[in-house]
Design a protein around this ligand. Structure first.
Ligand code: BES
Ligand code: MN
Ligand code: ZN
Length: 502
């Protein structure tokens, strides 16, 4: 898909389709008004006859509108003008794109990017339009023997901006939007891949493939032997029941001076989480192939960073393993010595994510990080707390938490902070080891983060629990979301901008 920005008047566009908004009730947007004048009231006549009320998401495709150079005009209902918010804007764009794609327009000039969205500027509207377009055209059909072909697919979108002065901003927005879309797509593809193909080694191969894209990237993959040498016994225990052994990929991107401390991103990469000996119930167990979405999202983020060539240092760790029941598997009751030296009593082998992450979080101390963010489908409890809308955020450093929340707000990739008070730490007490891997029923997301916090005392750290946001469950709509690639990429873009300002 090709994107560009333009600043022109609607009647002068010679395109397969021009897209303009109509508010409820039957009120033309400024651009629709212009078309109406040129076409001598053709559009207002239709509205008067009741063909379109303007309710949010309504579509009316017109052909051969008098005196208009474009072949088609797509009228898009935008709801009440004063109520147009971010969520509605994205829904409208998504619906527009699927309508265009299904009705034969291979290119279109879209004026919806000029609508007034509460609190958002041109940059935001264009970037969201690009991201939403790519997201709504996404399909994962690599493994279908017969693919659904669209006969005349949408190939080219032009987003219009109000004045020529907005062009530079608009182009930046397209560039950022495309990079985030590329990262999200990689993240979704890897996440949707089935667990018989997407193994820990497969994730390592994806990491290694990044080297082809830039000379600033190097990748090291650690297998069971290397992990054992480092004393990462907790990580190793989780992978011990699987024939697809653990792989930890360490991706190093040097976009800035050697002396600038890196941002480190660590992703949970359980390519399948059966629960192990504490085996999960059968219902929807297939969805535990998505237990590597944390790793996929940090991979997608570095992909976006490569496309933007951001001047930062970034280390990305994919902590991959498979959690299976087996004669060799680790068991409830086992006591593990982590890389940090702290001992953990395993009370449930299904609380495996924290056991993998804790050693990866100790490992990354060696990079002297500026900040460390881990991303993980860590707890079902996070879905109970926040549903499928917000990522859970927990942090040992308030400025970092605020920085992430800002990025979340700007990118529209929601996150919500939960407390990490010491009060919760007691739930991890063990009579036999330093602590357990299980915090009990209350506040499961927080006690999981409490567990991790015992391994992150040496640096500023944030934890993102994406159990609710990484994929959509159920029927036809099932699939990875690519979140939180937009939030993390925004976080890194903001850091570059702050550096340049100071
Ligand atoms: N990967 C799961 C968490 C999960 C479950 C994410 C369902 C998304 C949907 C994690 O490894 C897990 O099993 N967590 C347990 C922890 C419990 C045993 C303390 C959970 O949430 O039930
Ligand atoms: Mn589990
Ligand atoms: Zn898991």
């Amino acid at each position: 898909m090709e994107f560009s920005v333009k600043s022109g008047s609607p009647e002068k566009q010679r395109s397969a389709c021009i897209v303009v908004g109509v508010y409820e009730p039957r009120r033309l947007s400024a651009v629709a008004e212009q078309l109406d004048k040129i076409s001598e009231g053709y559009i207002s006549n239709l509205l008067r006859r009741g063909d379109l009320e303007g309710k949010s998401g309504q579509m009316l495709l017109l052909h051969h509108v008098p005196n208009i150079l474009s072949e088609r005009v797509l009228l898009v209902g935008c709801g009440k003008e004063r109520e147009l918010d971010e969520r509605q804007y994205k829904q409208i764009i998504a619906k527009t794109i699927s309508t265009l794609n299904e009705t034969g327009s291979m290119e279109a000039v879209c004026f919806l990017s000029e609508l007034h969205v509460k609190g958002r500027d041109t940059y935001w509207k264009v970037r969201q339009a690009v991201e939403t377009t790519q997201d709504s055209l996404y399909v994962f059909d690599q493994l279908k023997s017969k693919k659904d072909e669209t006969r005349r697919p949408l190939r080219k979108m032009v987003f219009n901006v109000p004045t020529r002065r907005d062009l530079t901003i608009g182009e930046k927005a397209v560039e950022h939007g495309l990079a985030i879309a590329t990262g999200s797509k990689l993240s979704k593809d890897v996440s949707n891949m089935p667990p018989n193909i997407c193994t820990p080694q497969y994730l390592a191969d994806q990491a290694q493939a990044l080297c082809q894209l830039s000379s600033k990237v190097s990748v090291e993959v650690l297998g069971p032997e290397e992990l054992a040498k480092l004393g990462m016994n907790s990580y190793l225990a989780v992978g011990r029941g699987s024939v697809n052994g653990p792989r930890m990929s360490v991706i190093n991107y040097r976009g800035a001076d050697n002396d600038s401390a890196p941002v480190v991103l660590v992703g949970k990469g359980l390519t399948f989480d059966s629960g192990g000996i504490s085996i999960k119930p059968g219902e929807a167990m297939d969805e535990m192939k998505y237990d590597m979405c944390g790793a996929a999202s940090v991979l997608g983020t570095i992909r976006a960073v490569l496309q933007l060539e951001l001047p930062i240092n970034l280390v990305v760790v994919l902590a991959a393993a498979e959690n299976m029941p087996d004669a060799n598997a680790y068991r409830p009751g086992d006591i593990l010595t982590t890389m940090s030296g702290q001992t953990v009593e395993v009370l449930n082998t299904d609380a495996e994510g924290r056991l993998v992450l804790c050693d990866a979080l100790t490992y990354v101390e060696r990079f002297d990080p500026d900040v460390v963010i881990d991303v993980a489908t860590l707890t079902g409890a996070c879905i109970v707390a926040l549903g499928k809308h917000a990522t859970g955020l927990l942090s040992n450093h308030n400025p970092l938490a605020h920085e992430i929340l800002n990025a979340s707000d700007q990118s529209g990739d929601r996150a919500w902070r939960l407390p990490l008070w010491d009060d919760y730490q007691d739930q991890l007490e063990s009579p036999f080891a330093d602590f357990t891997n299980l915090g009990g029923r209350a506040a499961g997301t927080i006690t999981a983060a409490c567990f991790l916090s015992r391994f992150t005392r040496k640096y500023n750290w944030a934890h993102l629990d994406i159990a609710g946001t990484a994929w959509r469950s159920g029927g036809k709509d099932k699939g990875a979301t690519g979140r939180p690639v937009p939030m993390l990429t925004q976080f890194l873009i903001n850091r570059v901008n702050q550096q340049q300002d100071s």
